[in-house]
Design a protein around this ligand. Structure first.
Ligand code: ZN
Length: 185
């Protein structure tokens, strides 16, 4: 069972990011956005995602890092390949993960969503641990923030089509559904 204290998940590793601000309506937390990230692209492990979300990525450490090191972005959560959970931004604050986006006629999804990054990339199957932990996290978020409806879980590619492709064709929505059901059994 996952629990929250002051909008921080008790069971997650906490790596506070400075990249957040006030939600226009702090009570409106009604959408979950699933992303994927890997740094450098296609490689898993290492300290790079933590450093990226805390503005400490060394641009000299990899050619790709030089391109992205100056970006100021964040997500509420990361689930790594082993299913380990990290939280960067408390849920009542607006993390900077979705960018220009639109969900069911509402734009600026950062305003009202929780961002969850899966360590991965579009074409590589996600791990069973990631689906299991994601299902637990979605369930716990919906319990803590009841405005998140059962069907209010979407992919970054779905709210920013043409601009974003994550979590990509490798993300298996049926596997998430199944993991949500198994959680009950
Ligand atoms: Zn994304």
């Amino acid at each position: 069972m996952l629990t929250f204290s002051d909008h921080w998940l008790d069971q997650a590793r906490h790596v506070p990011s400075p990249n957040h601000d006030r939600r226009p309506d702090p009570a409106d937390i009604s959408l979950i956005v699933v992303h994927s990230i890997s740094l450098p692209p296609g490689e898993f492990g290492g300290p790079w995602i933590d450093r990226f979300f805390t503005n400490c990525l060394d641009p000299a450490a990899h050619p790709f890092f030089a391109e992205v090191a100056a970006m100021r972005v964040s997500s509420h959560f990361l689930i790594d390949r082993d299913g380990e959970l990290t939280q960067y931004v408390p849920c009542d604050r607006r993390a900077w993960h979705a960018g220009r986006s639109c969900w069911r006629d509402r734009s600026e999804c950062n305003d009202f969503s929780v961002g969850i990054e899966l360590e991965g990339e579009d074409q590589t199957p996600y791990t069973a641990s990631q689906y299991r932990i994601l299902a637990q996290l979605v369930h716990s978020l919906r319990r803590a923030y009841p405005r998140i409806a059962a069907d209010a879980v979407t992919g970054h590619c779905d709210i920013a089509p043409g601009r974003k492709t994550d979590p990509g064709p490798a993300f298996d929505w049926k596997a998430l559904e199944q993991a949500m059901e198994e959680r009950h059994s």
